[in-house]
Structure formats: C-alpha cells, structure tokens
Design a protein around this ligand. Structure first.
Ligand code: AMP
Ligand code: GLY
Length: 423
C-alpha cells in the first residue's frame, strides 16, 4: 500500500524508518519531510495544514493510509476533512477527529474531561477577560508556585510557573487582558502546582481497543540540570527506570482505562496516539496534559523498541482490530540525544553544513530540522538531529549516543551532556 506521513521532524523520520521496513509498504511519502526522510521516502513539498494540497497528493499517488505526526492538522480537523470528502472517505487516517483533538487544543477542555471521568489531575479553575479579577482572587487561595496555562495552542510556551502571587496576578492580566499569547490566552487555566518527576505515557487506540506503548522520559529544558528555557525536547529515555510495574499498573487503572472509557462516554472518536503527560507525586500518577499525537523526541526512543510491523498496527487502527495484536517490545533501553542549532530555542541561524552522519555505525541518526541543498545536508531548524542508541541500561545507551555525536558536526551545534542526571 502507498502511505503518506504528515510532518517533517524527528518523529516523522522515525515513523517513516519503521514503515519503510514493512513489506506491506509499497511507496512512502512524507509531507514535507526532511533530508532523512528523503533517503527512504518521497518528500512532498506541502504544508501540514494545506488540506487541499494533501488531498491532491493523496489522489495523485493512490495513497490509502495517512499518518498525522503533529497536532496542528489534527486540531484543525484533518481527519474530519477526510471523512467528509467522498474521494477520501475510505482512507485510513491515524490521528483523532477534531472533537477529540481538542484535548490538546484546549487545556480547559482537557481539564473538564479529566474532571468528568475522575482522572487524577491538579485542582484548577479557568478564567476569561470578564472574570480576570475572580482569577486574581482564586490565585490568593492557592499556594506558591502558581501555574498559569493559556487555554489554546501556544507552541509549547503557554505555561507559566510563577513564584510570587503578585507576579502571577500580573501575568494573569497580561494573558487575559493584554493577550500575551494572542487568541490562545483568551482563556487561562490556573492550577495547583504538583511537585514530582515527569514521564510520558503513550497509547495507540483504534477507538475500541488500545495498546499501551513503552513509557519514556524527555528532557525539555535547554540547559544542563534542567535549567533555562523550554524546548521541544532535548532528548529522551525509554523505559523509565522509576516507573516500576506497580506504578505502571496504577497508570493503567487510574488513568489509561478511564481515559479510554471517557472517549466512549464523551463521544470523542479517537483513532491514533494518545500522549499522556504524567507527573509522579510520591507513588501516585497525575495527568499534566493530553496530547493527541506521539511525542518528539519520545518517538525516537519508543518506536525503535517496538518490533511489530507498523503497517499491520496502523491497518488494525483503521479496521478497529487492535485487540488482535500484541506489542513486541525490546527489553533494552533506548536513548536519544538532540543536537540543536546554536541559540535555539531563541533565534538561531540555518543553512549550516552537517558532516559526519555517515560515520555513525552503531547508533541511528534521525533527522529533524535538516534539508538537502545541492546534494549537501544542511540545517533548517532549531532541533536538527536525534541520535538514538540501545544499551542494557540508560548509561550504556547514552554513552553510545555521545560517541556518535562526537563524529557529527555543524557550526554552532549544541547538545545536553547530562541526560539521565536525575535518574
Ligand atoms: P504542559 O504544556 O501542560 O505540559 O506544561 C508544560 C510544563 O509545565 C510541564 O511539562 C510541567 O513541567 C510544567 N507543569 C504544568 N502543569 C504543572 C503543574 N500543575 N504542576 C507542576 N508543573 C506543571
Ligand atoms: N516532547 C514533548 C512533545 O512532543 O510535546
């Protein structure tokens, strides 16, 4: 079958790399892709929310399965667009319909969903411009630090954690009245701060059945010791050493099962990946957020550990037969380290020539912000490459990734050298 992956980061390269290994994958397309996907698939120069151009490409290339990588097209309703189009109706789309994608598109919606289905999460309330003074008074009833979240998608920047009440109240006004995050902060969720260690849980569901994927931990901050600005993710480790079988059972019973039941009860059609951002407080899991897609760079450690034929799994998502499948999970630890452009996550330069990738033999280099120019691989984004390795534990795997990174170079290249420091 011919398959299209939408997106162009490390996540999409990893998914493409797995699909390309399946005998059932005839032609593979990635829109827009990167220099890594260019080697194993056909890149289509189409934006991820250009539904009209995506339709044309699907029809022109006899594509019968579409895997949606990022949240943007899902929140904008790409799955609904396919269902509502006579020529596209029969095509398998991996990624939820808009109603369910709102779990990522609106923090308030996600919190209401959790409340309705008794899923453990931080205590909260939400406010608008009209209720900004009530919001300030609500903050007075909370303890520091104060957590403010823009309701809508804000490119990963919409969460503020403030130490002082006065700062929190000022920021709340900035967000609601000053439109600090534009439309995304028309509503703000204020919630209780949870103190613990974070991990990510991934579930693949066909809308009736589900499979729980391996857990992963990502490192979001730019600086060592988890300091500095938030990024899309600087690296990841799977499995998570502190997620014991007992703790995973709590996640399954208190969070995954009620979430899946909640989709049915709240009538949210979901065929795709649920990414549950969790925090371990004492011995108990709480939900920080839902995403409606795989994580990046978590995909770069979770997918390599799953040995199933991914075309089979995705077909089962479309046919609602995931109950007939079991995951074959590699017991070893996978780690990935992101090499980023100097300056990221703030301003950075692009177009730097990348050398040394072909010298890496015992790790896998997944491309993120790269492109090909006159046969040369150059940087084209903030997060450039993710270097994934296996080991008996995370220290051994990380050592491999660091050895591989020592062979790679581009001007301004930066990566964190302390992953796993907290484990
Ligand atoms: P989110 O976009 O909701 O995942 O939030 C971004 C980051 O803010 C999370 O990864 C956490 O590190 C932090 N965070 C969000 N909500 C809370 C909370 N209630 N308590 C503590 N930290 C939080
Ligand atoms: N690595 C976090 C994310 O994909 O949102």
């Amino acid at each position: 079958m011919n398959i299209l992956i939408i997106g162009g980061g490390g996540r999409e390269h990893t998914i493409a790399w797995k699909l390309a290994q399946s005998k059932q994958c005839k032609q593979l397309f990635v829109a827009p892709g990167n220099a890594g996907t260019h080697e194993i698939a056909t890149n289509l120069s189409i934006g991820v929310t250009d539904f009209k151009a995506i339709k044309e490409a699907v029809l022109a290339n006899s594509i019968s399965m579409v895997i949606v990588g990022p949240e943007d097209p899902l929140v904008k309703g790409i799955h609904d667009f396919f269902l509502g189009d006579e020529q596209l109706q029969g095509i398998t789309v991996v990624g939820p319909q808009q109603a369910a994608a709102t779990l990522e598109g609106s923090k308030e919606f996600a919190k209401e969903f959790m409340k309705a289905h008794n899923i453990p999460t931080a205590r909260y309330d939400s406010f608008t411009k009209e209720t900004v003074e009530e919001g300030c008074r609500f903050l007075e009833t909370m303890k520091a630090p104060y957590v403010l979240k823009a309701d809508g998608l804000a490119g990963g920047k919409g969460v503020l954690i403030m130490e002082s009440l006065a700062d929190a109240q000022n920021e709340l006004r900035e967000m609601l009245v000053g439109q600090k995050f534009g439309h995304a902060s028309k509503k703000v969720v204020i919630e209780e701060f949870l103190n613990g260690i974070e991990l990510s849980c991934f579930v693949l569901t066909d809308g009736k059945n589900y499979l729980t994927l391996p857990m992963a931990k990502d490192y979001k901050r730019i600086g060592e010791g988890d300091r500095g600005l938030n990024t899309g993710g600087m690296g990841a480790i799977s499995p998570v050493p502190f997620a014991s079988p007992e703790f995973i059972k709590k996640i399954e019973d208190r969070i995954i099962k009620p979430t899946m039941d909640g989709f049915q009860k709240s009538n949210l059609p979901f065929q795709g990946f649920v990414f549950i951002g969790l925090i371990k407080v004492g011995e108990d899991p709480f939900v920080i957020e839902y995403n409606v897609r795989m994580g990046d760079p978590e995909t770069e450690v979770v997918f390599p550990r799953i040995h199933n034929d991914w075309v089979e799994l995705f077909k089962a998502v479309g046919a609602q037969t995931l109950d007939q499948h079991q995951l074959q999970i590699d017991p070893r630890t996978a780690t990935t380290i992101m090499a980023v452009s100097g300056g990221y996550p703030e301003a950075y330069e692009k177009g730097k020539k990348i050398t040394g990738i072909s010298e890496v033999k015992t790790s896998t280099v997944f491309h993120a912000g790269t492109q090909i120019e006159n046969g040369t691989v150059i940087t084209s984004g903030g997060r450039v490459l993710a270097v994934t390795s296996f080991g008996e534990d995370h220290n051994e795997a990380l050592k491999q990734s660091y050895e591989a990174l020592a062979k790679i170079d581009f001007q301004g290249m930066y990566y964190r050298k302390d992953l796993g420091f907290d484990l």
